[in-house]
Design a protein around this ligand. Structure first.
Ligand SMILES: [Cu+2]
Length: 384
């Protein structure tokens, strides 16, 4: 972004329920090229069984640094051994466009629309092949590490069984024909391979995140990976219970509601807002919360494109979603999913139950189309 020292960076542990203070998941820190700093994360209050994500979070530089590849998967092991026998793969979905051998530079338009690349990769490879035995069950932990690209995942002739979300394992498998995954979201799925040998494509299907006027992008169908069902058949089955302790919380009586409105600047004014304020070092919409309380956050999207709303430190459960993809809405408003990134559909809204637990300090919430975060769609969250 203009006016920022492009060397400034820091580290965010997206998804970890850890302190936002000191040398932990502190988004207010900032380091220059050549600096050394030791981070320390106490995971004793973080629930297990989830795939998380680390990337820089220096306001103004976040989008360009992630775009260039500064990100990775951060797995926290299951607290049970129930799924240990299944062959497990972690998949990092990332797109990029290259200018020669360097990541293509951002344009002004990219900051408004969110930058999508023309090369789609799984773990840094274009359309890799994954072998499965006929009848085999595999577990795939998938993170969308792209700046702005949405993936609507499906596997030819197969059903994807969702067993976990951003914050951990679900009570049981939820069968899906496709799964919408916006930037910053994760999904944990089990797949039972066909008994018919052959090649099956893991696709990203067209999805209109509100940028349909532009060519390409999330509105294209792309083959991300090819499953090759081959070899000697096995008879694996998907468990009917995953995590019996996973429950949907009831909304406590008298829980206060906070309203958060996301909006974009008009043509030419390259800014994005939370409750009318574009985040800067000196001005931000600030939510003040008390430790050991619950809040309902009602997040409205007053713009023409979807925004993945991400809050640090405390995961939430989704009470309701207005607008958007019906399968996404059904999955996250009926399952005991813990989420830290939730799509707020264009022209729609979401209602989140926010437990404020364990940690005080100053943290943040923002759009996870990181260009939007960099132009101001971020607020501060002060927990006392
Ligand atoms: Cu956004």
């Amino acid at each position: 972004m203009m006016g920022e020292d492009r060397d400034l960076t820091n580290l965010h542990t997206h998804g970890l329920h850890v302190s936002p203070a000191g040398n932990s998941d502190n988004g207010m820190l900032s380091f220059m090229s050549g600096d050394t700093f030791d981070y320390e994360f106490d995971l004793s209050l973080h629930p297990g069984g989830n795939l998380n994500f680390y990337h820089p979070h220096r306001h103004g530089n976040t989008a360009e640094q992630l775009w260039g590849g500064m990100a990775g998967a951060l797995e926290v092991a299951d607290e049970t051994t129930a799924l240990a026998a299944y062959e497990t793969h972690t998949m990092v979905l990332k797109d990029i466009s290259l200018d020669g051998s360097a990541p293509a530079a951002h344009t002004m338009d990219d900051f408004m629309s969110g930058k999508e690349g023309d090369v789609m990769m799984v773990n840094g490879k274009v359309n890799p092949v994954l072998n499965m035995k006929p009848g085999q069950v595999q577990r795939w932990k998938i993170v969308n590490a792209s700046n702005a690209r949405f993936y609507k995942l499906s596997l030819g002739s197969h059903t994807l069984q969702v067993i976990g979300s951003d914050g951990g394992l679900l009570n049981k498998p939820y069968a899906q024909s496709s799964i919408l995954l916006s930037p910053g979201e994760r999904v944990d799925v089990m797949v039972k391979a066909s008994t018919t040998k052959g090649y099956y494509k893991l696709l990203s299907n067209p999805y209109d995140r509100g940028m349909s006027m532009m060519s390409g992008g999330s509105s294209q169908q792309i083959t991300l990976l090819t499953v090759n069902v081959t070899g000697t058949a096995v008879t694996n089955s998907i468990p009917t219970t995953i995590n019996a302790n996973a429950v949907r919380l009831a909304v406590p009586a008298g829980t206060p509601t906070r309203q958060i409105t996301l909006s974009m600047g008009m043509m030419g004014g390259m800014e994005a807002y939370i409750n009318g304020i574009a985040f800067s070092a000196t001005n931000a919409y600030t939510a003040h919360s008390s430790l050991n309380t619950y809040e309902i956050w009602e997040v409205f999207n007053n713009s023409m494109m979807d925004h993945p709303f991400h809050q640090h430190v405390n995961p939430v459960q989704v009470i309701s979603i207005s607008g958007g993809d019906s399968a996404y809405k059904s999955l996250y408003t009926t399952s005991p999913a813990w989420k830290d990134t939730v799509i707020v559909p264009k022209g729609g809204s979401v209602k989140l139950l926010v437990p404020i637990k364990d940690f005080t300090g100053t943290t943040m919430f923002h759009c996870h189309i990181l260009e939007h975060e960099d132009i101001g769609m971020m607020g501060l969250w002060k927990i006392q």
